[in-house]
Design a protein around this ligand. Structure first.
Ligand code: PLP
Length: 442
Protein backbone atom coordinates (compact mmCIF):
# COMPACT_ATOMS: atom_id res chain seq x y z
CA UNK A 1 0.00 0.00 0.00
CA UNK A 2 1.31 3.45 -0.88
CA UNK A 3 2.07 5.86 1.94
CA UNK A 4 -0.61 8.54 2.19
CA UNK A 5 0.49 12.12 1.60
CA UNK A 6 -0.93 12.94 5.00
CA UNK A 7 1.64 10.51 6.44
CA UNK A 8 4.55 11.94 4.41
CA UNK A 9 4.07 9.96 1.18
CA UNK A 10 4.11 11.49 -2.34
CA UNK A 11 1.09 13.59 -3.33
CA UNK A 12 -1.21 12.01 -5.88
CA UNK A 13 -1.84 15.40 -7.50
CA UNK A 14 1.23 17.57 -7.87
CA UNK A 15 -0.20 20.37 -9.98
CA UNK A 16 -3.46 20.95 -11.82
CA UNK A 17 -3.66 23.05 -14.94
CA UNK A 18 -4.77 26.57 -13.89
CA UNK A 19 -7.98 28.03 -15.31
CA UNK A 20 -7.33 30.69 -17.95
CA UNK A 21 -8.48 34.20 -16.89
CA UNK A 22 -12.23 34.41 -17.31
CA UNK A 23 -11.98 37.89 -18.78
CA UNK A 24 -8.80 38.42 -20.76
CA UNK A 25 -7.39 40.16 -23.80
CA UNK A 26 -10.08 38.97 -26.15
CA UNK A 27 -12.75 40.70 -24.08
CA UNK A 28 -10.58 43.80 -23.73
CA UNK A 29 -10.19 43.94 -27.51
CA UNK A 30 -14.00 43.73 -27.87
CA UNK A 31 -14.48 46.62 -25.44
CA UNK A 32 -11.82 48.72 -27.19
CA UNK A 33 -13.47 47.96 -30.50
CA UNK A 34 -16.55 49.92 -29.30
CA UNK A 35 -14.58 53.14 -29.89
CA UNK A 36 -13.64 54.51 -33.30
CA UNK A 37 -9.92 54.98 -32.56
CA UNK A 38 -7.33 57.42 -33.81
CA UNK A 39 -3.69 56.40 -34.44
CA UNK A 40 -2.65 58.20 -31.24
CA UNK A 41 -5.24 56.35 -29.18
CA UNK A 42 -4.17 53.03 -30.69
CA UNK A 43 -0.54 53.81 -29.81
CA UNK A 44 -1.58 54.52 -26.22
CA UNK A 45 -3.49 51.25 -26.04
CA UNK A 46 -0.54 49.35 -27.48
CA UNK A 47 1.62 50.72 -24.67
CA UNK A 48 -0.87 49.29 -22.16
CA UNK A 49 -1.03 45.97 -24.01
CA UNK A 50 2.75 45.70 -24.03
CA UNK A 51 2.63 45.52 -20.25
CA UNK A 52 0.32 42.50 -20.58
CA UNK A 53 0.22 40.09 -17.67
CA UNK A 54 -1.28 36.63 -18.19
CA UNK A 55 -3.36 37.02 -15.03
CA UNK A 56 -6.18 39.17 -16.50
CA UNK A 57 -8.17 41.63 -14.37
CA UNK A 58 -10.05 40.59 -11.25
CA UNK A 59 -13.63 41.56 -12.09
CA UNK A 60 -15.30 41.22 -8.67
CA UNK A 61 -14.91 44.15 -6.31
CA UNK A 62 -14.54 41.96 -3.24
CA UNK A 63 -11.76 39.44 -2.44
CA UNK A 64 -9.51 41.57 -4.58
CA UNK A 65 -5.93 40.18 -4.93
CA UNK A 66 -4.53 43.72 -4.50
CA UNK A 67 -6.57 44.24 -1.34
CA UNK A 68 -8.18 47.40 -2.69
CA UNK A 69 -10.45 47.18 -5.72
CA UNK A 70 -11.03 49.79 -8.41
CA UNK A 71 -14.58 50.20 -7.06
CA UNK A 72 -13.12 50.91 -3.59
CA UNK A 73 -10.96 53.60 -5.13
CA UNK A 74 -13.92 55.08 -7.03
CA UNK A 75 -15.86 55.31 -3.75
CA UNK A 76 -12.96 57.04 -1.98
CA UNK A 77 -12.53 59.49 -4.85
CA UNK A 78 -16.28 60.20 -4.85
CA UNK A 79 -16.11 61.00 -1.11
CA UNK A 80 -13.16 63.36 -1.65
CA UNK A 81 -14.86 65.15 -4.54
CA UNK A 82 -18.30 65.40 -2.97
CA UNK A 83 -17.16 66.07 0.59
CA UNK A 84 -19.08 63.20 2.14
CA UNK A 85 -17.95 60.54 4.59
CA UNK A 86 -19.31 57.38 2.94
CA UNK A 87 -20.05 56.41 -0.66
CA UNK A 88 -21.35 53.08 -1.88
CA UNK A 89 -21.11 52.21 -5.57
CA UNK A 90 -24.14 50.35 -6.94
CA UNK A 91 -25.23 49.13 -10.36
CA UNK A 92 -27.91 51.78 -11.11
CA UNK A 93 -29.67 54.89 -9.85
CA UNK A 94 -32.72 52.74 -9.14
CA UNK A 95 -30.53 50.50 -6.96
CA UNK A 96 -29.17 53.60 -5.23
CA UNK A 97 -32.71 54.75 -4.35
CA UNK A 98 -33.78 51.30 -3.19
CA UNK A 99 -30.69 50.86 -1.00
CA UNK A 100 -31.20 54.35 0.45
CA UNK A 101 -34.89 53.80 1.28
CA UNK A 102 -34.09 50.47 2.94
CA UNK A 103 -31.15 51.99 4.81
CA UNK A 104 -33.41 54.79 6.09
CA UNK A 105 -35.89 52.24 7.40
CA UNK A 106 -38.62 52.92 4.83
CA UNK A 107 -40.99 49.94 4.90
CA UNK A 108 -44.49 48.63 5.61
CA UNK A 109 -46.95 51.13 7.06
CA UNK A 110 -44.94 54.17 5.95
CA UNK A 111 -45.32 56.90 3.34
CA UNK A 112 -42.65 58.65 1.26
CA UNK A 113 -43.36 61.99 -0.43
CA UNK A 114 -42.11 62.14 -4.04
CA UNK A 115 -42.67 64.77 -6.76
CA UNK A 116 -45.15 64.20 -9.59
CA UNK A 117 -42.43 65.11 -12.07
CA UNK A 118 -39.49 62.71 -11.91
CA UNK A 119 -38.43 59.53 -13.61
CA UNK A 120 -40.74 56.80 -12.31
CA UNK A 121 -37.89 55.09 -10.38
CA UNK A 122 -38.13 57.58 -7.47
CA UNK A 123 -41.69 56.41 -6.77
CA UNK A 124 -41.42 52.79 -7.97
CA UNK A 125 -38.67 52.05 -5.45
CA UNK A 126 -40.91 53.32 -2.62
CA UNK A 127 -43.41 50.61 -3.60
CA UNK A 128 -40.62 48.06 -3.98
CA UNK A 129 -39.57 48.95 -0.43
CA UNK A 130 -43.20 48.12 0.51
CA UNK A 131 -44.16 51.67 1.42
CA UNK A 132 -46.75 54.08 0.00
CA UNK A 133 -45.65 56.80 -2.44
CA UNK A 134 -47.41 60.10 -1.82
CA UNK A 135 -47.21 62.23 -4.95
CA UNK A 136 -46.62 65.94 -4.41
CA UNK A 137 -46.89 68.98 -6.68
CA UNK A 138 -43.94 70.71 -8.28
CA UNK A 139 -43.69 74.51 -8.36
CA UNK A 140 -42.33 77.01 -10.88
CA UNK A 141 -38.80 75.66 -10.29
CA UNK A 142 -39.99 72.36 -11.86
CA UNK A 143 -38.94 70.65 -8.61
CA UNK A 144 -40.97 69.50 -5.63
CA UNK A 145 -43.05 72.23 -3.97
CA UNK A 146 -42.07 72.57 -0.27
CA UNK A 147 -45.55 73.93 0.59
CA UNK A 148 -47.19 70.83 -0.87
CA UNK A 149 -44.74 68.60 1.02
CA UNK A 150 -45.87 70.28 4.24
CA UNK A 151 -49.53 69.76 3.27
CA UNK A 152 -49.00 66.06 2.53
CA UNK A 153 -47.28 65.07 5.77
CA UNK A 154 -49.25 62.54 7.84
CA UNK A 155 -48.38 60.45 10.92
CA UNK A 156 -47.28 57.76 8.42
CA UNK A 157 -44.73 59.93 6.61
CA UNK A 158 -41.23 58.54 6.97
CA UNK A 159 -39.25 60.35 4.29
CA UNK A 160 -39.15 62.97 1.56
CA UNK A 161 -37.45 62.27 -1.78
CA UNK A 162 -36.66 65.60 -3.48
CA UNK A 163 -35.50 65.16 -7.08
CA UNK A 164 -33.06 67.61 -8.69
CA UNK A 165 -34.79 67.20 -11.99
CA UNK A 166 -33.10 68.05 -15.29
CA UNK A 167 -30.24 69.67 -13.42
CA UNK A 168 -32.48 72.08 -11.45
CA UNK A 169 -31.73 72.08 -7.70
CA UNK A 170 -34.62 71.65 -5.26
CA UNK A 171 -35.19 74.21 -2.52
CA UNK A 172 -33.17 72.14 -0.07
CA UNK A 173 -33.18 74.72 2.73
CA UNK A 174 -36.98 74.80 2.86
CA UNK A 175 -37.23 71.01 2.50
CA UNK A 176 -34.74 70.34 5.30
CA UNK A 177 -36.55 72.75 7.61
CA UNK A 178 -39.81 70.83 7.07
CA UNK A 179 -37.99 67.50 7.52
CA UNK A 180 -36.39 68.62 10.78
CA UNK A 181 -39.69 69.92 12.12
CA UNK A 182 -41.43 66.59 11.45
CA UNK A 183 -38.46 64.30 12.09
CA UNK A 184 -38.39 62.94 8.52
CA UNK A 185 -35.55 61.41 6.52
CA UNK A 186 -34.49 63.16 3.30
CA UNK A 187 -33.28 61.04 0.39
CA UNK A 188 -32.08 63.22 -2.50
CA UNK A 189 -32.52 61.86 -6.00
CA UNK A 190 -29.59 63.43 -7.87
CA UNK A 191 -29.76 61.04 -10.81
CA UNK A 192 -30.27 63.91 -13.29
CA UNK A 193 -27.80 66.24 -11.60
CA UNK A 194 -24.59 64.25 -10.96
CA UNK A 195 -21.97 66.66 -9.63
CA UNK A 196 -24.31 69.68 -9.38
CA UNK A 197 -24.43 72.25 -6.58
CA UNK A 198 -26.86 74.05 -4.28
CA UNK A 199 -25.64 77.10 -2.38
CA UNK A 200 -21.99 76.03 -2.44
CA UNK A 201 -22.53 72.42 -1.34
CA UNK A 202 -22.95 69.42 -3.61
CA UNK A 203 -26.40 68.10 -4.40
CA UNK A 204 -26.76 64.77 -2.60
CA UNK A 205 -24.93 65.94 0.52
CA UNK A 206 -27.79 68.04 1.95
CA UNK A 207 -30.15 65.27 3.00
CA UNK A 208 -29.56 62.04 4.92
CA UNK A 209 -28.61 60.18 1.74
CA UNK A 210 -27.89 61.15 -1.87
CA UNK A 211 -28.57 58.87 -4.85
CA UNK A 212 -26.83 59.13 -8.22
CA UNK A 213 -27.22 57.39 -11.58
CA UNK A 214 -24.44 56.72 -14.08
CA UNK A 215 -26.65 55.27 -16.79
CA UNK A 216 -26.03 56.07 -20.44
CA UNK A 217 -27.99 59.37 -20.42
CA UNK A 218 -26.59 60.91 -17.27
CA UNK A 219 -23.91 63.55 -16.70
CA UNK A 220 -21.59 60.79 -15.52
CA UNK A 221 -21.89 57.42 -17.19
CA UNK A 222 -20.50 53.94 -16.84
CA UNK A 223 -23.20 52.47 -19.07
CA UNK A 224 -25.11 51.42 -15.97
CA UNK A 225 -24.13 52.34 -12.44
CA UNK A 226 -24.86 54.55 -9.47
CA UNK A 227 -23.71 55.77 -6.09
CA UNK A 228 -25.27 56.32 -2.66
CA UNK A 229 -23.64 58.78 -0.29
CA UNK A 230 -24.15 59.71 3.35
CA UNK A 231 -22.33 60.99 6.42
CA UNK A 232 -24.03 58.47 8.70
CA UNK A 233 -22.18 55.20 9.35
CA UNK A 234 -25.28 53.18 10.17
CA UNK A 235 -27.09 54.32 7.01
CA UNK A 236 -24.02 53.37 4.98
CA UNK A 237 -23.71 49.94 6.60
CA UNK A 238 -27.41 49.23 6.07
CA UNK A 239 -27.24 50.31 2.42
CA UNK A 240 -24.20 48.10 2.02
CA UNK A 241 -25.98 45.11 3.58
CA UNK A 242 -28.91 45.52 1.21
CA UNK A 243 -26.68 45.97 -1.87
CA UNK A 244 -24.70 42.77 -1.32
CA UNK A 245 -27.22 40.00 -0.57
CA UNK A 246 -26.81 40.74 3.12
CA UNK A 247 -23.16 39.78 2.98
CA UNK A 248 -22.94 42.95 5.01
CA UNK A 249 -20.04 45.03 6.01
CA UNK A 250 -16.41 44.99 5.16
CA UNK A 251 -13.59 44.28 5.96
CA UNK A 252 -14.93 41.21 7.78
CA UNK A 253 -17.57 39.70 5.55
CA UNK A 254 -18.40 36.93 7.99
CA UNK A 255 -18.40 38.85 11.26
CA UNK A 256 -21.39 38.72 13.54
CA UNK A 257 -23.68 41.70 13.81
CA UNK A 258 -21.88 44.60 15.50
CA UNK A 259 -24.79 47.03 15.78
CA UNK A 260 -28.43 46.09 15.97
CA UNK A 261 -30.09 46.71 12.62
CA UNK A 262 -27.14 46.13 10.28
CA UNK A 263 -27.79 42.48 9.44
CA UNK A 264 -30.72 41.55 7.20
CA UNK A 265 -31.38 39.86 3.86
CA UNK A 266 -30.77 41.95 0.77
CA UNK A 267 -30.32 41.92 -2.99
CA UNK A 268 -27.32 42.23 -5.32
CA UNK A 269 -26.54 45.74 -6.56
CA UNK A 270 -22.75 45.37 -6.70
CA UNK A 271 -20.82 47.38 -9.30
CA UNK A 272 -18.30 45.48 -11.42
CA UNK A 273 -14.66 46.47 -11.68
CA UNK A 274 -15.06 47.45 -15.36
CA UNK A 275 -17.78 49.95 -14.47
CA UNK A 276 -15.78 51.06 -11.42
CA UNK A 277 -12.83 51.88 -13.70
CA UNK A 278 -15.08 53.99 -15.94
CA UNK A 279 -16.58 55.77 -12.91
CA UNK A 280 -13.06 56.76 -11.78
CA UNK A 281 -12.34 58.38 -15.14
CA UNK A 282 -15.75 60.10 -15.13
CA UNK A 283 -15.14 61.49 -11.64
CA UNK A 284 -11.97 63.15 -12.90
CA UNK A 285 -13.96 64.92 -15.64
CA UNK A 286 -17.24 65.85 -13.98
CA UNK A 287 -16.19 69.14 -12.39
CA UNK A 288 -14.99 70.61 -15.66
CA UNK A 289 -18.21 69.54 -17.33
CA UNK A 290 -20.43 71.05 -14.63
CA UNK A 291 -18.40 74.26 -14.65
CA UNK A 292 -18.90 74.65 -18.41
CA UNK A 293 -22.57 73.66 -18.21
CA UNK A 294 -23.36 76.21 -15.51
CA UNK A 295 -21.37 78.92 -17.31
CA UNK A 296 -23.18 78.20 -20.60
CA UNK A 297 -26.58 77.97 -18.91
CA UNK A 298 -25.96 81.40 -17.37
CA UNK A 299 -24.74 82.82 -20.70
CA UNK A 300 -27.89 81.67 -22.48
CA UNK A 301 -30.08 82.97 -19.66
CA UNK A 302 -28.32 86.33 -19.60
CA UNK A 303 -28.81 86.64 -23.34
CA UNK A 304 -32.56 86.25 -23.14
CA UNK A 305 -33.85 89.80 -23.33
CA UNK A 306 -37.36 88.44 -23.69
CA UNK A 307 -37.19 87.67 -19.98
CA UNK A 308 -37.50 91.38 -19.23
CA UNK A 309 -39.43 92.92 -22.06
CA UNK A 310 -41.62 90.15 -23.39
CA UNK A 311 -42.85 88.81 -20.10
CA UNK A 312 -41.24 85.43 -20.69
CA UNK A 313 -41.72 83.52 -17.47
CA UNK A 314 -38.49 81.66 -16.78
CA UNK A 315 -38.55 78.58 -14.54
CA UNK A 316 -37.27 79.74 -11.17
CA UNK A 317 -33.80 78.59 -10.13
CA UNK A 318 -33.57 77.77 -6.43
CA UNK A 319 -29.88 78.60 -6.81
CA UNK A 320 -29.23 80.64 -9.98
CA UNK A 321 -25.52 79.73 -9.87
CA UNK A 322 -26.07 76.13 -8.87
CA UNK A 323 -27.88 73.04 -10.12
CA UNK A 324 -26.12 71.09 -12.82
CA UNK A 325 -26.81 73.56 -15.63
CA UNK A 326 -28.13 71.04 -18.14
CA UNK A 327 -31.28 72.97 -19.09
CA UNK A 328 -33.05 76.27 -19.06
CA UNK A 329 -36.81 76.30 -19.07
CA UNK A 330 -39.60 78.81 -19.45
CA UNK A 331 -43.38 78.73 -19.45
CA UNK A 332 -45.78 79.70 -22.23
CA UNK A 333 -49.29 80.93 -21.44
CA UNK A 334 -51.01 77.83 -22.90
CA UNK A 335 -50.22 74.27 -23.96
CA UNK A 336 -51.00 75.15 -27.59
CA UNK A 337 -48.62 78.12 -27.52
CA UNK A 338 -45.97 75.83 -25.97
CA UNK A 339 -46.24 73.45 -28.91
CA UNK A 340 -45.95 76.29 -31.44
CA UNK A 341 -42.98 77.85 -29.63
CA UNK A 342 -41.15 74.50 -29.47
CA UNK A 343 -41.68 73.92 -33.18
CA UNK A 344 -40.47 77.40 -34.02
CA UNK A 345 -37.41 77.05 -31.77
CA UNK A 346 -36.51 73.72 -33.32
CA UNK A 347 -36.81 75.29 -36.77
CA UNK A 348 -34.35 77.98 -35.59
CA UNK A 349 -31.90 75.23 -34.62
CA UNK A 350 -32.40 75.72 -30.87
CA UNK A 351 -32.32 72.35 -29.05
CA UNK A 352 -35.76 72.82 -27.49
CA UNK A 353 -38.39 70.36 -26.42
CA UNK A 354 -41.43 70.04 -24.22
CA UNK A 355 -41.83 68.06 -21.04
CA UNK A 356 -45.38 66.97 -21.42
CA UNK A 357 -47.34 65.40 -24.20
CA UNK A 358 -50.38 63.52 -22.94
CA UNK A 359 -50.44 61.35 -26.05
CA UNK A 360 -46.88 60.09 -25.57
CA UNK A 361 -46.22 57.45 -22.94
CA UNK A 362 -43.60 58.97 -20.68
CA UNK A 363 -42.47 57.76 -17.25
CA UNK A 364 -41.41 61.24 -16.16
CA UNK A 365 -44.83 62.56 -15.15
CA UNK A 366 -47.05 60.93 -12.59
CA UNK A 367 -50.26 60.78 -14.66
CA UNK A 368 -48.65 58.02 -16.74
CA UNK A 369 -47.60 55.99 -13.70
CA UNK A 370 -50.50 53.59 -14.05
CA UNK A 371 -48.54 51.03 -12.01
CA UNK A 372 -49.11 53.31 -9.02
CA UNK A 373 -52.37 55.03 -9.95
CA UNK A 374 -53.99 51.61 -10.44
CA UNK A 375 -52.03 50.04 -7.57
CA UNK A 376 -50.60 47.26 -9.68
CA UNK A 377 -48.55 44.73 -7.72
CA UNK A 378 -46.68 41.55 -8.63
CA UNK A 379 -48.82 39.33 -6.40
CA UNK A 380 -52.53 39.30 -5.69
CA UNK A 381 -52.21 40.32 -2.02
CA UNK A 382 -51.83 43.94 -3.15
CA UNK A 383 -48.89 44.72 -0.88
CA UNK A 384 -48.08 47.50 0.11
CA UNK A 385 -51.50 49.13 -0.54
CA UNK A 386 -53.34 46.52 1.54
CA UNK A 387 -50.67 46.28 4.24
CA UNK A 388 -52.20 45.74 7.71
CA UNK A 389 -49.42 47.91 9.19
CA UNK A 390 -50.63 50.84 7.14
CA UNK A 391 -52.98 52.88 9.31
CA UNK A 392 -53.21 55.88 7.01
CA UNK A 393 -55.61 56.92 4.30
CA UNK A 394 -54.28 55.88 0.89
CA UNK A 395 -53.69 58.87 -1.41
CA UNK A 396 -56.54 59.45 -3.80
CA UNK A 397 -54.49 58.31 -6.81
CA UNK A 398 -55.75 59.77 -10.06
CA UNK A 399 -54.40 61.31 -13.25
CA UNK A 400 -55.41 64.79 -12.14
CA UNK A 401 -54.38 64.58 -8.47
CA UNK A 402 -51.61 67.19 -8.99
CA UNK A 403 -53.19 69.81 -11.29
CA UNK A 404 -50.51 72.43 -10.66
CA UNK A 405 -47.82 69.98 -11.78
CA UNK A 406 -49.67 69.16 -15.00
CA UNK A 407 -50.25 72.83 -15.71
CA UNK A 408 -46.54 73.67 -15.36
CA UNK A 409 -45.43 70.64 -17.37
CA UNK A 410 -47.88 71.33 -20.21
CA UNK A 411 -46.61 74.90 -20.54
CA UNK A 412 -42.87 74.24 -20.21
CA UNK A 413 -40.34 74.77 -22.96
CA UNK A 414 -36.97 73.19 -22.19
CA UNK A 415 -33.76 74.17 -23.89
CA UNK A 416 -30.90 71.70 -23.43
CA UNK A 417 -27.50 73.21 -22.73
CA UNK A 418 -24.20 71.66 -23.79
CA UNK A 419 -20.90 71.96 -21.94
CA UNK A 420 -19.04 72.16 -25.23
CA UNK A 421 -20.82 75.25 -26.57
CA UNK A 422 -18.71 78.33 -27.21
CA UNK A 423 -19.90 81.81 -26.09
CA UNK A 424 -20.95 82.30 -29.74
CA UNK A 425 -23.10 79.15 -29.61
CA UNK A 426 -24.75 80.44 -26.41
CA UNK A 427 -25.40 83.84 -27.99
CA UNK A 428 -26.96 82.17 -31.04
CA UNK A 429 -29.25 80.07 -28.85
CA UNK A 430 -30.31 83.15 -26.84
CA UNK A 431 -30.95 85.02 -30.09
CA UNK A 432 -33.12 82.15 -31.33
CA UNK A 433 -35.15 82.22 -28.12
CA UNK A 434 -35.55 86.02 -28.29
CA UNK A 435 -36.65 85.83 -31.93
CA UNK A 436 -39.29 83.17 -31.30
CA UNK A 437 -40.46 84.77 -28.04
CA UNK A 438 -40.94 88.12 -29.80
CA UNK A 439 -43.02 86.44 -32.52
CA UNK A 440 -45.15 84.22 -30.31
CA UNK A 441 -45.31 85.62 -26.82
CA UNK A 442 -45.90 89.33 -27.32
C1 PLP B 1 -34.67 61.25 -11.62
C2 PLP B 1 -34.20 59.84 -11.83
N1 PLP B 1 -34.21 58.98 -10.79
C3 PLP B 1 -33.78 57.72 -10.93
C4 PLP B 1 -33.34 57.23 -12.14
C5 PLP B 1 -32.94 55.81 -12.26
O1 PLP B 1 -31.60 55.67 -12.66
P1 PLP B 1 -31.10 54.32 -13.42
O2 PLP B 1 -31.54 54.42 -14.83
O3 PLP B 1 -29.61 54.39 -13.29
O4 PLP B 1 -31.69 53.18 -12.68
C6 PLP B 1 -33.35 58.07 -13.25
C7 PLP B 1 -32.92 57.58 -14.58
O5 PLP B 1 -33.37 58.00 -15.62
C8 PLP B 1 -33.79 59.42 -13.10
O6 PLP B 1 -33.80 60.27 -14.13
Amino acid sequence: MQTLAINGGPRAVEKLTPEPPKVGLEELAEIIDLWPLSHEAKAGINRILDAESPAGPHMFRYYHPDGESVVDKAEQEFCELFGCTYALAVNSGTSALMAAYVACGVGPGMEVIVPGYTFFATAATVVAARAIPVIAEIDDSLTIDPDDIADKITPQTKAIAPVHMAGFACDMEAILEIAREHDLMVIEDCCQADGGWYKGKRLGTWGDMGCFSFDAYKLMSSGEGGMVCTDDEMLYVRAQSWHDTAACWRPDRYARERMEGELFCGENYRLSEVQGAIVRAQLRKIDQKIKHLIANRNRVRDGISADEFLGLQMARDNDPDGGAGTDIAFFCPTAEKTRQVIEALQAEGVPAGGIYDQSVRDWHHYDHWEHILEQKTPTTEGCPYTCPYYEGQLPDYSEDMCPKTLDYLRRTVRVSISASWTPQDCAAVSAGINKVAAAFLL
